[in-house]
Design a protein around this ligand. Structure first.
Ligand code: NAG
Ligand code: NAG
Length: 388
């Protein structure tokens, strides 16, 4: 366990051990699992990470293709959701989320565990639920006709009281060490069920499989409309080791789209099982995804350096490659160059220690009803690593 780490003399062993033993018992597939895994407890120093909103300068000012902000006012982006640019394509969002309810009484209520965002205090368990609920709330704003489907362990007792979200139990092994593998299995099981029912239902939907620490700010339905021949969409970035992010996979809801997606996920599962079981559990699925694309479409790797949409065939599926810069935007970590936020950003991903910012962003939106101003808040704050 983490005890081999150099210890600060200021932190006595017993509380540290307690902390490790009582570590979080709820666990989302989103990147928050990294900081919540017991063996990856933050270094004692990281407890000093900000517990309130921090605003820095807005990157990309002076560039016409980037969001321009005066204070927290967006000056070159007109309001988003209220424009009503509805594509007419129905999209359901699908996310895997699970709760571990074996929580010994009170563990979630340890005072050191509680954080406050605005008027609300959250234990770790509640925080993770708040992220999921915020994910759903934003979809209700940006894509009000969309449903959210939460794939979860039948044993977990999730309760969601949000109109358009439904819980969809799928059997499997959702334990931490198995979660990324299970996520792909749950996607496949879900798509197989949808495939069987295609003839029986008269409502049609496309699917976007995402992490839950994401905020959708614009209608994504139009990707299905504008690229009618694509079965699948993936998001890419200029990152040699992990060029594809597993947090966003779109699937056309036709029988062709669903069956190609099932085949695709099966290939990813196979690659994961064969090659990446030993990889850090956060990376295995991304490495497997990249491996499958590379083995069928090596030319794609020459295109990841430029954030332009392209298409290609992967194992018989027509795949749309979407730049993370627009469809899965996260400010660069650490020393990475930062040129601001593209004006046409559609999805913001609150990776790593940015979950607080996701909740703060919702509070801000709730007060102002201005998504574009909220993007200024995210732009100015997105490079800060927060306390959760
Ligand atoms: C679930 O997966 C974990 C991690 O791979 C493994 O240790 C555990 O034995 C599995 N549980 C079951 C019931 O198969
Ligand atoms: C803000 O939150 C309240 C309470 O949850 C809700 O009724 C209201 O519609 C929200 N406002 C916006 C703009 O989302």
């Amino acid at each position: 366990m983490a005890i081999s780490r150099p210890r600060s003399r200021a932190i006595p062993l017993l509380p540290l051990l307690l902390l490790i033993l009582l570590a979080p018992l709820i666990y989302s597939v989103s990147r928050m699992r990294l900081s919540w895994a017991p063996e990856q407890l933050p270094h004692p120093d990281s407890r000093k990470l900000p517990d309130a909103l921090v605003l820095g300068p807005a990157a990309g000012q002076g560039r016409t293709d980037r969001l321009q902000c005066q204070g927290l006012k967006a000056v070159n982006k007109i309001s988003l959701a209220s424009e009503g640019k509805y594509s007419g394509e129905l999209v359901s969002f699908v996310t895997v989320f699970t709760a571990y309810n074996s929580d010994p009484a009170g563990a979630g209520k340890m005072s050191s565990d509680v954080v406050t965002v605005g008027k609300h205090s959250y234990s770790k368990v509640e925080r993770s639920m708040a992220i999921l609920n915020t994910f759903i709330s934003f979809i209700q704003v940006s894509m009000p006709t969309s449903k959210v489907i939460i794939l979860t362990d039948p044993k977990s007792k999730l309760s969601i009281n949000q109109g358009r979200a439904t819980i969809f139990p799928i059997d499997g092994n959702y334990s931490r060490g198995n979660l990324m593998l299970q996520r792909i299995k749950s996607y496949i099981a879900f798509l197989e069920l949808k495939f069987e029912k295609l003839d029986q239902v008269n409502s049609f939907s496309n699917y976007i499989f995402t992490d839950s620490d994401m905020v959708v700010v614009e209608d994504l339905g139009y990707i299905f409309k504008r690229y009618p021949h694509c079965h699948l969409a993936l998001t890419f970035r200029n990152n040699k080791g992990q060029p594809l992010n597993s947090g966003f996979v779109a699937v056309r809801g036709t029988s062709d789209g669903i069956s190609k997606a099932i085949e695709f996920f099966k290939k990813v599962l196979e690659a994961y099982n064969l090659k990446y079981m030993k990889a850090s559990r956060m990376l295995g699925d991304q490495l497997a995804l990249a491996w499958v694309v590379k083995s069928h479409l090596p030319s794609a790797f020459g295109k990841f350096s430029s954030p332009e949409i392209f298409t290609g065939e992967v194992n018989g599926a027509s795949v749309l490659f979407l730049p993370c810069a627009v469809y899965n935007w996260t400010p660069p970590e650490g020393a990475g160059q930062f040129h601001g936020m593209p004006l046409d950003v559609k999805v913001v991903h609150f990776k790593g220690s940015r979950k607080r910012l996701m909740l703060e962003a919702w509070d801000f939106y709730n007060l102002t009803s201005e998504l574009s101003d909220m993007l200024c808040l995210i732009l100015k704050s997105g490079r800060t690593k927060y306390d959760f």
